[in-house]
Design a protein around this ligand. Sequence first.
Ligand code: IMP
Ligand code: MG
Length: 179
Amino acid sequence: MSEITPEVLISEQKIQKKVADLAARISADYADCDDLLLVGILKGSFIFLSDLSRALTIPRSVDFMALSTYGESERTQTDGAVRMIMDLRRNITGKHVLVVEDIVDTGYTLSYLLRNLAARQPASLKTCVLVEKPERREVFTQIDYLGFSIPDVWVVGCGLDWAERFRTLPYIGVVHPEA
Ligand code: IMP
Ligand code: MG
């Protein structure tokens, strides 16, 4: 396979600045919280979560979930779109929870996740998303802290992949899958 270089959409420097800004806002908003639980959604959120969590100045802990999305053709029923592959280790009842996601595209994944987590009765439940594609949204989903809104293109880097490639690129780049 010949190597392609994704075209830069958001530079490493802009991402680092945004992560620092988000971490400062979250640290201020949760200043009175003695243990904020960051819930990372695997695999895509692992880079953003590690950068964000290290930039926070409040007490925090980390847990992970893994979800799998079915193909577009199976997305006719809202509830059938997403499946949980790995659950949290710990109970979140009464805890302050911040879900950390790499990307919101149609919104099915995050809306499924929020319904699932809300049923466990956390003390609070918010979301922090690195990038969203507003043009692609099919279902409403709550985004409390957002990095960037981008057009309808396939992006890689900062945890995002194209068939498992490019997750560890330090910038967000565009690939053209037809190329
Ligand atoms: P949803 O459509 O909002 O449910 O997002 C489903 C999943 O599609 C995301 O969690 C990502 O794993 C993946 N995804 C959507 N758009 C992109 C992209 O541009 N690059 C990489 N992954 C994407
Ligand atoms: Mg994802």
